[in-house]
Every structure is written in C-alpha cells, then in structure tokens.
Design a protein around this ligand. Structure first.
Ligand SMILES: [Zn+2]
Length: 383
C-alpha cells in the first residue's frame, strides 16, 4: 500500500456499490450499539439492503453481535457493535514531535493509547525509534493492529508514497515512510498527507458540511479543500498548497525555494521565530498580553486572513476550519480574523461562509482516515 488516494481497481460488491459504505460505517461509529432497522431508518436505506450489508460486514469481521438485546419496542431486536478487537494505529510525523496512537474503530485519540517522541533530524534514527516505541506501546496495550496510517507534511507521490517535497522536513524527501514502517513492523501501512487528515477530522464536528476548507497555520501553511464530500486532489494529488503562493515578492526565504510565500508570513512558526522563543514561552507571553507579542500576532493574523480570503474567493466553501495555536491564547482571535477576512473577500462569498477555529487535529483525522481505509479494504475485498 502506498498513499491515501490510491484507486481501487477491482470491482465492488453489489451492496457496497448500491449504498455509500462510508456513510453507514460513519453512522455506526457515532453509536456504541446499533440495530439494522434503526440504522436503515436513520439513513433512509431499505431494511432489505441494510440486512445484506450487515451480513457482509459481519462476515468480514467488521461488526459483531452484542450481548445486549433491545426490547424497548416490545419485540427483541439484535444489536450490533463495531468489532472491538479491530485496532489501527496512526503515526503523525510533525516538525518537532512524532505521535504514535492506537485506536479501535471508534477513532478516539485517548491519551493512554498514545506516546510522543521528538522527531529529530535524522531519518534512520527516527524510524528506529518509531519501531522501538511502537512495539513497546503495542505490547503494553496488547493491541492487535491491522493497519497503520502514517501522516506527513509536504507533497507525496501517489503511486509510491514517496515524500517528494517537504519544505519543513527536507530530510524526509526521497523517503517512503509507509514502506519503511511496514518493513520494520511487519504491519500493513500507508501514507497520508497531513492536511487531508486535518480535513477528515472536521467531519466529526457537529456542523460538518460537504463543501468546506480546512486551513492549517501550525507549522507551515496548508489547506485541504472538500467539494461535494470529496477531497480535491488535483491531477497528481498535490492540490492545496496555498502556503506557497507569493505574498511578498522578494520577501523571506521559504523552504520551497521561493521567497515571500504565505507560509513565511502567516504561520505560527513565524510568530515563535520573530519572538525568538520556544512555542510554549511565546504563547505564554501572548496570553499575558505582552505588547510586542500582541503586535507580532496581529501581523501574523492579518496574513492568515489574506490567505483565508483568497481560498474563500476561489472555492466558495460554506465552512472554513482554522487550525492555529495562536487561537488558543490570542484574545478575540476569531472575531479579529473574521473582520480581516471580510475586508479581503467578495461580500456574497463571505456572507455564505462560516469561519471557525478547530481543535480536532491531525491525529484524530489520521486515525479516522486509517479506519476508513481499513473498512474499505475489508469490505471491498469481500467480493
Ligand atoms: Zn514556499
């Protein structure tokens, strides 16, 4: 397996073709226990179709009958649950920190199921430490992991899963992280783009829609665009690199090789580096309303707003989810941001769009994408 948007080339089973498998399994994930009739009613799918789908999912070991029976309507009804023994893991390689996390098919990132290690700057050393720490955690949790999703920044070649351009982790370029991890741990592994993970996490929010954008200002500046429920990938899967549009010709050097990209003026890293402080100390200054920290943060926020406005003008989303650490401590962050975005956006498009901050990060999204992939793989292989 390679990257997160490899197309399935084999035929799909009839029932899976008839209904949206992900719609059903996502609904299942919202409930601890569910019944065929309840789910059919909820999703407007016929009971006959649902019965066939349940049989298929049960055969593939994705769902299992629960001990409990629902007798609330007089007649006993069998309840099901997502197979509790199926586990996946996500490995999120970020600029400073790498996180390993296990989860069942519900996809919650529980602190007791994860560990963090410094990412460092040496590729062989990082993969050796991932192998060691992953094995320790797996043993401690007694987890039977069926699939690992590795989440990385930068451009990923879709066929090979190779990191092609990685402005903030140059040493990952040319590396195929899924291959390395799969070889080291002997577990099926695929690689995904961090912005797709962040964007997938937003489907969990109460007001999720099918036309939205998520924008990430945490390290570089990244974006994922979802149109009619599908991520926009572009011809090579590289779409969304808004961080590398030029905002200041001849400006600061960017990791991509150009100068003055949005990323060089609008990311949280710019705020930290201009204060010349580690993130925690810089954020503390901002929380205490230090005038210099506030001024730098205001400037970064203005650039973020320009990037967001450009995205709204181009894609006409009805939601924009913003991930920035500044939002955690900056007073009135979202109010100030909305005001600025409004200045730079066509009125009709702005009025149609809600801008909000998000705390559902890459890790949650990486787990959810890994679960999606496992379910698809098992269900589609069932033919
Ligand atoms: Zn750039």
């Amino acid at each position: 397996m390679t990257s997160d948007h490899t197309k399935y080339t084999f035929g799909q089973p009839r029932i899976v073709r008839q209904i949206n498998l992900q719609t059903v399994t996502r609904q299942m994930r919202k409930m601890e226990l569910f019944s065929k009739i309840g789910l059919a009613r909820e999703l407007g799918i016929s009971t006959t179709t649902m019965t066939k789908l349940f049989a298929q999912l049960e055969e593939q070991g994705l769902i299992s009958r629960s001990e409990v029976e629902d007798t609330s309507f007089g007649r006993p009804k069998i309840l099901y649950q997502l197979a509790p023994e199926l586990q996946v893991a996500a490995i999120v390689i970020d600029l400073q920190e790498t996180t390993i996390c296990f989860s069942d098919l519900q996809g919650s990132a529980k602190p007791e199921h994860m560990l963090k290690l410094p990412t460092g700057i040496d590729v062989d050393d990082l993969f050796a430490r991932i192998k060691r720490e992953f094995t320790t955690l797996k043993t401690r949790l007694n987890a039977q992991c069926r699939l690992i999703g590795v989440c990385i920044p930068g451009l990923i070649e879709s066929q090979t899963g190779q990191s092609m351009l990685n402005p903030n982790l140059h040493w990952l370029e040319g590396v195929r992280p899924a291959e390395r991890i799969s070889e080291a741990l002997s577990i099926d592994t695929f690689v995904m783009h961090e912005e797709r993970a962040l964007s997938r996490a937003q489907l969990r929010t109460p007001d999720a829609t099918s036309n939205y954008i998520s924008m990430d200002f945490s390290a570089g500046v990244g974006m994922s665009v979802v149109v009619n429920g599908q991520p926009l990938l572009g011809s090579s899967g590289y779409a969304g690199e808004i961080g590398h549009i030029i905002m200041q010709p001849g400006g600061k050097q960017c990791g991509c090789g150009n100068r003055g990209c949005l990323e060089t003026v609008a990311s949280d890293l710019v705020f930290f580096s201009e204060l010349d402080l580690p993130p925690a100390a810089a954020l503390e200054l901002l929380a205490n309303r230090n005038p210099r920290a506030l001024k730098i943060a205001e400037n970064v926020l203005e650039w973020q707003a320009k990037g967001i406005a450009a995205a709204i003008n181009i894609f006409n989303p009805d939601r924009v989810f913003i991930y920035s650490r500044l939002a955690q401590v900056y007073p009135y962050y979202i109010e100030d941001l909305r005001k600025e975005v409004k200045r730079w956006t066509i009125g009709l498009l702005f009025d149609n769009c809600r801008i909000r901050t998000t705390h559902e990060g890459k890790l949650t999204g990486a787990l959810l994408l890994t679960i999606d992939r496992l379910i698809e793989k098992k269900a589609l292989n069932a033919e």
